[in-house]
Structure formats: structure tokens, C-alpha cells
Ligand binder design. Structure first.
Ligand code: ADP
Ligand code: MG
Length: 268
């Protein structure tokens, strides 16, 4: 089995804005080892979400490649890409906007199953949804409720259950805890760590908050203006930052949070 689940190679995404061209992602190369969490951190506008969308094949790069396991995702036929999509799922920032308020939790959580050839139905489906809700520390009965009946943190748990339903190998979390208050944020981070440890899921964890990187990531890439300016293990980069920009991010965050600092990281 390949050690690397994801390789981003020389990736550039340009946007034409009138006469000028903006490089939202500028020649980025990164790799993610199986069963680990790679943090991508940078200020607003540094290109993180653009990178996330390309990794999820929701957008195409101007140049460069994304290898998922051995497949170049932009070189696949649409049928093969559709099959592969079940292997990578995304969790978004806004737990309010990302769940359709008109649908019951059961339908929301089951939605990605359209990517599977033989999705479970009837009782088997309800059992699978119930088990997932319990896994994210909600209860089975919640499947018959609507999103407005839940708090922000609970909605993010529902979003995680939805991401897990196709048994993905990679989850891209884009500011998944940024809208939550600190206590709830810590609970959701713990849940993401549980996914890594229990299912060996690899996570591309995108955040503007370097303190969160310290809590759950194994390695980190620092992005500034579309470029990766520094990369390494969390300890290398956070304990001994080489770039001024990283130092600035660290000093800006230093006093913001210390919930569960370093407590949950693998091997510590
Ligand atoms: P981040 O997630 O780090 O805040 P984004 O990837 O959202 O950054 O944006 C990076 C840059 O690309 C920003 O300057 C943003 O305005 C620009 N951008 C993102 N998407 C588009 C788009 N669809 N069209 C034009 N510019 C875009
Ligand atoms: Mg963003």
C-alpha cells in the first residue's frame, strides 16, 4: 500500500480578474501520509479553500496534478472519478448552511450514498445511519429530526456522520471548527482525531488558526498569497518556525487558546 494517500504536485489555480490574473494557488506541492492529519494554515485569502476545492475535484487547476492514491484525479474519465469520489469527503465551515433545513437528518446523512453502486436501503440504511450518529456521539433517534433542532456543534457532528457514510479514506475539513466556540471546537477536534485513529482516515485540515494545528495535526503547511512558505512536522514548524510569516501567525494566536494543547496528538 502506498504510504502517501494524497500528492499535490506543482498546483496552480489562476483567476482572471479583468486585465489582471490572480494566482490563488501558486505552484503548490504537498503530500499527505496515510492515516495522518496535514494542517494547511494561512490568513484569509491565502488560497486554502481554492486548494481544498481542487483536491475534492470540485474545481480544476490551471496547472499541476493531484494524485489520490495512484490516480491523477484530473486524468480520469468522469465515470472513474465518480467512483473515486466516495473515497474523499468534505466538511465545511458553516454547520448551518451546509445542512439542508428541509430534510431530516437521515436523508442528509445518506446523501453521499448516491456515489455508491449498491447503496443500502430500508432497514439496512437506517441501521447504518443510526450507527454513524452514535459514532459521532449523537443518538439513533436523531435521524428523524431536522437540522434546526440541533446546536452548531451537533450540526457539525451530523456533517461528520454524512462525510463518514461512504467510508472515505480522505476527509478535507475546511475551517470545520472555526464557527464554533472553544469548548465545542475542542469536542469536534477530538472527534476528527477519533476518525483518524479508529478508521485510519487521512485528513487535510484547513484553518486560519495555528493553535488548532498544534492540537490535532501531525504535519503542517503554511500558506501565504497562494504559496506554501513553510512545511514540516507540527513540532518542527511550530517550535522552530523559519519564516517571518509563520512567526507572525504564531504570535497572533499565542494567547487566543490553550484548550487541550498538545494533548491529543498521535504519539504524544
Ligand atoms: P482562503 O480560503 O485562504 O481564505 P481562498 O482560496 O478562498 O482563500 O481565496 C484565495 C484568493 O482567490 C482570494 O484572493 C480570493 O478572492 C480569490 N478567489 C477565490 N475564488 C475565486 C473565484 N471563483 N474567482 C475569483 N477569485 C477567487
Ligand atoms: Mg477559505
Amino acid at each position: 500500500m502506498r504510504k502517501k494517500i494524497l500528492e499535490i504536485i506543482d498546483l496552480t489555480r489562476e483567476f482572471k480578474l479583468g486585465d489582471t490574473t490572480l494566482k490563488a494557488v501558486d505552484n503548490v506541492s504537498l503530500s499527505l501520509e496515510r492515516g495522518t492529519i496535514l494542517g494547511v494554515v494561512g490568513e484569509s485569502g491565502s488560497g486554502k479553500s481554492t486548494l481544498a476545492r481542487i483536491v475534492m475535484a470540485l474545481d480544476k487547476p490551471t496547472e499541476g496534478n493531484v494524485l489520490f492514491e495512484d490516480s491523477d484525479i484530473f486524468g480520469l474519465t468522469s465515470a472513474r472519478l465518480r467512483k473515486l469520489r466516495a473515497s474523499f469527503q468534505m466538511i465545511f465551515q458553516d454547520p448551518y448552511g451546509s445542512l439542508d433545513p428541509r430534510h431530516r437528518v437521515s436523508r442528509i446523512v445518506a446523501e453521499p450514498l448516491h456515489l455508491e453502486d449498491n447503496p443500502p436501503k430500508g432497514d439496512a440504511l437506517r441501521r447504518r445511519i443510526g450507527a454513524l450518529l452514535e459514532e459521532v456521539e449523537l443518538c439513533k433517534e436523531d435521524m428523524d429530526k431536522y437540522p434546526h433542532e440541533f446546536s452548531g456543534g451537533q450540526r457539525q457532528r451530523i456533517a461528520i456522520a454524512r462525510a463518514l457514510i461512504t467510508k472515505p479514506k480522505l476527509i478535507v475539513a475546511d475551517e470545520a471548527t472555526s464557527a464554533l466556540d472553544l469548548t465545542v471546537q475542542a469536542q469536534i477536534l477530538k472527534l476528527i482525531l477519533k476518525m483518524r485513529d479508529k478508521h485510519g482516515i487521512s485528513v487535510l485540515f484547513i484553518t486560519h488558526n495555528i493553535a488548532v494545528v498544534d492540537e490535532i495535526c501531525d504535519s503542517v503547511a503554511v500558506m501565504q498569497s497562494g504559496k506554501v512558505v513553510e512545511t514540516g512536522t507540527v513540532r518542527q514548524v511550530l517550535d522552530n518556525p523559519q519564516e517571518e510569516y509563520t512567526k507572525r501567525l504564531l504570535s497572533a494566536e499565542l494567547n487566543l487558546t490553550n484548550i487541550g494543547r498538545k494533548k491529543y496528538r498521535k504519539g504524544t
